[in-house]
Design a protein around this ligand. Structure first.
Ligand code: XBP
Ligand code: MG
Length: 232
């Protein structure tokens, strides 16, 4: 039986990636940088999990003279996190359809609810407060977030950390993801995975997922529940 559900944040609980992109671009502009990430640029940049890692990957493609020192990257990222937080608090996104109900029902079934995300911890907090009106640790029993592991998705470290904190083996848990790198991360940690593709990940390769549904809405649950049974 499934005793815990482990959720990815960006793209799965909420369609946050456009807000991340806007926050990056606003930060670049505020610093007089002529960097601007289009949707097309960002679709490629998202293959690198983690905002700081994404900035470094972007810089690697620039001429050496245009690259910033690491301290500047960290400062830009910290500012981007603040801007993103303000945007979310102002209501930039809501939970994706079905998320709230699924978590409520899982709670009724006495399942634990966990989060395994490559995003920064302040982003988890602001989303929980804005969308649930509660601190994150009152929505999730366990939270594993970006800066707690050295290697981000597709590495399994973040899911292993969440499993460790749950104190459960992977076969008793199910992961919910929206991306190919998230799927790889969860699978490598031994988890069954339900995929709900997001705007940026539609069309990615989801081979190995236990089930793929357009959303977590209730009408998709029979299939999701079947996936839970099938994956073990
Ligand atoms: C998706 C990510 C994150 C965000 C940016 O995370 O790759 O890096 O794009 O967040 P998830 P930070 O695992 O939740 O889908 O800038 O805070 O790193
Ligand atoms: Mg995601």
């Amino acid at each position: 039986t499934i005793k815990a559900l482990i959720f990815d944040l960006d793209g799965t609980l909420a369609e946050t990636e456009e807000t991340h992109r806007a926050a990056f671009n606003a930060t670049f502009a505020a610093h007089g940088l002529d960097w601007h990430w289009s949707r097309e640029d960002y679709a490629v940049l998202l293959k690198t999990g983690g905002g700081k890692e994404r900035l470094r990957a972007f810089q690697a493609g620039l001429p050496e003279a245009a690259r910033l020192p690491e301290a500047d990257i960290l400062r830009l990222h910290a500012e981007k996190t603040e801007t993103f937080g303000r945007m979310i608090a102002e209501g930039a996104v809501g939970l994706r359809p079905g998320v709230e109900d699924l978590i409520l029902h899982a709670r009724e079934a006495e399942m634990a609810i966990a989060m395994a995300t490559t995003t920064s911890r302040p982003n988890v907090e602001v989303l929980a407060r804005t969308c649930w009106g509660r601190p994150a640790d009152r929505v999730f029993d366990v939270i594993a977030s970006g800066d707690e592991v050295e290697r981000k998705k597709p590495d399994p470290a973040i899911y292993r950390l969440a499993l460790d904190r749950l104190g459960m083996p992977p076969r008793e848990c199910l992961a919910f993801e929206d991306s190919h790198i998230g799927l790889q991360s969860a699978r490598a940690a031994g988890l069954g995975v339900v995929i709900t593709p997001s705007t940026y990940t539609e069309g990615e390769d989801f081979t190995g997922a236990a089930h793929c549904a357009p959303t977590l809405e209730q009408r998709n649950w029979p299939l999701i529940l079947k996936a839970m049974l099938l994956s073990y």
